[in-house]
Design a protein around this ligand. Structure first.
Ligand code: PGA
Length: 235
């Protein structure tokens, strides 16, 4: 069976390179547990070399793929809500997905509604977003995607404010249906979907059976959290 995937999205959280290096050293001491999954770290740009010396490197965006590749970047987070909030358009996200695919970098495409209430409008939003961002891809391109379902309302909060396992199951089922309308059932079932949005040791165990893995922000700054989340998804 394919390994679970864990993407550590460090954003700009670390205050210094020294802080990041300490975390990398602590993680390296437990490398055997990370062999059970496909782990990627997406650090701020100045920390690329320090990270890539120890763990597979990811980028938080994709601009010039040749430069990223020269640092060893294997996966790029594309369309994260932080960038969308800064004005990145759906058209730009679609272009970046193609750039990644052409250059052999795995695109991790972020999808997620801004708000969720009981009237279910978020389903329509997700349908629209999936179609808008992925609709122009060929089936052979879609097969190479990773999707991160990251509801914006759940990002940067805490485990108790995050999505619950039933809501997650229902949403993923719906997303697979839309993917199936776009690319056919066989491909839709194969596209790995990760979850992101306040994944912490507290909720990782309950959410992990629903998804192929996680993208983790604030909880990825402490070795003991990363270890606990890793244990939860490799159980
Ligand atoms: P969070 O961030 O885990 O802090 O919610 C996730 C993300 O923004 O990718």
């Amino acid at each position: 069976m394919a390994k679970p995937i864990l993407v550590l999205n460090w954003k700009n959280h670390h205050n210094s390179l020294e802080e990041a290096k300490t975390l990398l050293r602590e993680m390296s001491g437990k490398k055997s547990i990370y062999k059970k999954l496909s782990l990627f770290i997406a650090p701020p740009l100045p920390y690329f070399e320090s990270v890539s010396a120890k763990f597979p490197l990811a980028s938080q965006d994709i601009s010039v793929p040749e430069i990223l590749k020269s640092f060893g970047v294997r996966l790029a987070i594309i369309g994260h809500s932080d960038r969308r909030a800064m004005g990145e358009t759906a058209e730009e996200v679609s272009k970046k997905i193609k750039i990644a695919l052409r250059s052999g970098i795995i695109p991790l495409v972020c999808i997620g509604e801004k708000v969720r209430d009981t009237d279910g409008e978020h389903f329509e939003f997700l349908r629209g977003e999936l179609k808008e961002l992925l609709g122009s891809l060929f089936k052979r391109e879609a097969e190479k995607l990773l999707i991160a379902y990251e509801p914006v309302w759940a990002i940067g909060k805490s485990a108790k404010d995050s999505i619950n396992p039933d809501e997650l199951s229902e949403t993923l089922l719906y997303m697979r249906k839309v993917l199936s309308d776009l690319f056919g059932r066989k491909i839709a079932e194969k596209i790995p979907i990760l979850y992101g949005g306040s994944v912490e040791p507290l909720n990782a165990g309950a959410l992990s059976p629903k998804v192929r893995g996680f993208i983790v922000g604030h909880a990825s700054l402490k070795a003991k959290n990363i270890e606990a989340i890793t244990k939860a998804i490799t159980k």
